[in-house]
Ligand binder design. Structure first.
Ligand code: CMX
Ligand code: CO
Length: 138
């Protein structure tokens, strides 16, 4: 499997507007995209850092992955996302490795990307996201 780059680091926050403003003031980074991704139960903002992003995430409700995470841990780093050229091949490789997949198949994420998650208990307690970006975002 070949990873293209570190696409983003996801950070769970209570207040998306406040977090965007604070990252702007402290680090001078601005949101390039902001959208509600219903299927993931989040509203997210992507702040550009060189060729990668900080993804600020706020839950749409308490019974969502990020809602549960915030309740348990408070604000903080939620996941790491690798860009891949071919997410189907990457998932096939991980399956053959016996990895504990959350998503057996890729599903739609933000930015028109296809995404899939690997369980944090699979490796180093870290939730990993794979991202295959669509045309126009390479
Ligand atoms: N990072 C590290 N560990 C995590 C974690 C995270 N983000 N989320 C949960 N865990 C840990 C819990 O602390 C718990 O550990 P212990 O058993 O030691 O207490 C364990 O995993 C619990 O696992 P679970 O019972 O399956 O817990 P949840 O119901 O909270 O579900 C998970 C966790 C990862 C399966 C769920 O959050 C999920 O499906 N995530 C993928 C989808 C997602 O996160 N979407 C939002 C982001 C969207 C985007 O990036 O665009
Ligand atoms: Co993400």
């Amino acid at each position: 499997m070949k990873l293209l780059n570190l696409d983003h680091v996801g950070i769970a926050v209570h207040d998306l507007d406040a977090a965007i403003a604070s990252y702007g003031e402290r680090y001078g980074i601005r949101p390039l995209y902001r959208e509600v991704v219903e299927r993931q139960g989040v509203e997210e903002a992507m702040l550009a850092v060189g060729g990668s992003f900080i993804q600020l995430l706020t839950p749409l409700g308490p019974d969502t992955p990020v809602g549960k995470f915030l309740e348990r841990n408070g604000e903080g780093m939620h996941h790491v996302a690798f860009a891949v050229a071919d997410i189907d091949a990457a998932l096939e490789h991980l399956r053959s490795e016996g990895a504990r997949l959350i998503d057996e198949q890729a599903r739609p994420g933000g930015r028109g990307a296809r995404i899939a998650f690997v369980h944090p208990k699979d490796l180093t307690g870290t939730l990993i996201e794979l991202v295959e970006l669509g045309d126009g975002h390479e």
